[in-house]
Design a protein around this ligand. Sequence first.
Ligand code: KG4
Ligand code: ZN
Length: 334
Amino acid sequence: MRVLAIETSCDETGVAIYDNQQGLLAHTLYSQVAMHAEYGGVVPELAARDHIQKTIHLVETVMTDSGSTPLDLDGVAYTAGPGLVGALLVGATIARSMAYAWNRPAIAVHHMEGHLLAPMLEDNPPAFPFVALLASGGHTLLIHVKGIGQYELLGESVDDAVGEAFDKTAKLLGLGYPGGSALAALAEAGNPTRFHFPRPMIDRPGLDFSFSGLKTFALNTIMQQGLDEQTKADVAYAFQEAAVDTLFIKCRRALRQTNMNTLVVAGGVGANRLLRQRLIHMAAEEGGRVYFPRPEFCTDNGAMIAYAGCQRLMAGECNGLSIEVYPRWPMSNL
Ligand code: KG4
Ligand code: ZN
């Protein structure tokens, strides 16, 4: 089965073609980051308008790159939520219209299920069941994954997502938007002993997270110390340590609680090098393994939507003709 997919949930237009026999045949991505950077964050109306400009062109690119014609396709997948309503509607409308014109089924994909299944695109993919940490700009979720569509939520952030905390702290440090990877790069020059940030909610039982206090701690530190170049790097270091350590502690707790030793990490923050190193080490200590997508498939992309859509179509699912999107869509409803 060969599936074309469109991802337009936020500020990235991702298009891909996945074939269950041959693997990922083509993928392409257009990032709007430069456009939104001027405003210090994503402007939803501009995002939607830009997806309109780019999507069809990117569809043509992947059709050419994979040597596919519409006749070769068995379905069209699209991100139906969660995300920005206008942005989602662009992808949903284009995907559904193509599916209708080509007389193929269309399938609505949950963006976080896409992230969750992204490691399946790599060589030696993980086997079910496993524990997944989904850490992105909008979500921080720990999930017990028993199979495709069988997701038990173990914990989530009660306030900011971890990527959001990275971005807000990066903004305080005068780094651009989104600032997660810039903050991580700056932390390399930080003094490890100057500041110690708290690890929120680790003393309480349970697997929920809270990250908004870390950004406030960063702000208070900056107010007290000023913002010279070394202090910026030291704050970046202490923030990253605290955020990564918190994720590390909760991942280990989730593995032990579920009696499992396979961990999957996905979402934009999954590209963080320190987090990857520490989780690789921890999973080995627990007698298991951690699986990540390649860094470019940690952040938003069309390939993960194509994979998830293909799995759901192969399972016999497909959606009716109406164009619907779900800006808020709990994974437990899948
Ligand atoms: O998954 P994603 O591309 O979009 C959402 O679905 O939200 O995640 C984007 C998030 C942003 O908050 C960004 O700052 C963060 O991932 N991020 C990172 C790194 N690369 C991206 N955070 C920490 N370290 C990184 N290397
Ligand atoms: Zn995402």
